[in-house]
Design a binder for this molecule. Structure first.
Ligand code: URA
Length: 192
């Protein structure tokens, strides 16, 4: 993996976003309308990390604004969390063609931006939405089915994996575990 030590010079989200908007570290930008950098409160205590933008996100330039995003907001609302309380980003910031998952090369090329976003936002908690975020933020071999709802600590940040909202849209049996995870997330959030 090629790291970008020079990202240290981007000392706020606005100038990091400006730099990221010109990124060509992988081929995804060739087919995407633009970079979907992230959205929300730059001082948020809680961050959500998903996979990659889909068609709606690519069109509107914001993460989680399509069907999965609407469901995410509904789940957050059920534990009295607003979208404006949190910061939302993805592992890959450009839409992969056909809504496939980003491949390893693409995810690794983009991960440096997420790392810098985390350094700048300094959240107390990160919720990994789905397997890809869990593998990048918890452990490369982690399986979200096995680790969801657990609380991992990286430095001062608590990391909690749960299923991706798209997984609930495909399989209603995942609804209850995700609601349970969000109750735990809210309890921890209220303590931070
Ligand atoms: N799914 C994701 O993982 N991220 C988005 O931004 C939208 C859908």
């Amino acid at each position: 993996m090629k790291w970008l030590p020079l990202l240290d010079q981007y000392d706020d989200l606005a100038n990091l976003q400006q730099y990221c908007s010109q990124c060509r570290r992988c081929g995804l930008r060739d087919n995407a309308r633009g970079v979907v950098f992230g959205d929300g409160d730059p001082g948020a205590r809680l961050m959500f990390v998903g996979e990659a933008p889909g068609a709606d996100e690519d069109r509107l330039g914001k993460p989680f604004v399509g069907a999965a995003g609407q469901l995410l907001e509904k789940i957050m609302g059920s534990v009295e969390l607003q979208r404006s309380d949190v910061y939302i980003a993805n592992i890959a910031k450009c839409r992969p063609p056909g809504n496939r998952l980003p491949n390893q090369e693409e995810a690794e090329a983009c991960f440096v931006y997420l790392v810098r976003q985390i350094e700048l936002i300094q959240p107390r908690m990160i919720v990994c939405l789905g397997g890809l975020a869990t593998q990048y933020l918890v452990h490369k071999d982690a399986r979200v089915t096995l680790v969801r709802g657990n609380v991992y600590e990286k430095g001062s940040i608590k990391i909690i994996p749960t299923f991706h909202p798209s997984a609930i849209l495909r399989d209603a049996n995942k609804k209850k575990p995700v609601w349970d995870d969000f109750k735990k997330i809210k309890e921890l959030y209220d303590q931070t």
